[in-house]
Ligand binder design. Sequence first.
Ligand SMILES: [Zn+2]
Length: 80
Amino acid sequence: MAVPRHKHTRASVGQRRMHIFINPAVLTTCKKCGKAARPHMMCANCGYYKDKEVINVMAKLTKKEKKIREKEIKETEKAQ
Ligand SMILES: [Zn+2]
């Protein structure tokens, strides 16, 4: 097995890894609900993309979750 010949200092390891990082996610606001969403993707909150409903978000929720979500939607519509 190959064995490293010299010790790598913390500085040289750090210099090599200075380009290794994760960029923060780019977010835009949803036109329908106003929540943060990724660009060119369906809004996870309301299920809309380009003013069209892609998936029904309410279909998989339980009764209690549906009530909470409907309340949120009413409040956002009132605010607009
Ligand atoms: Zn939305």
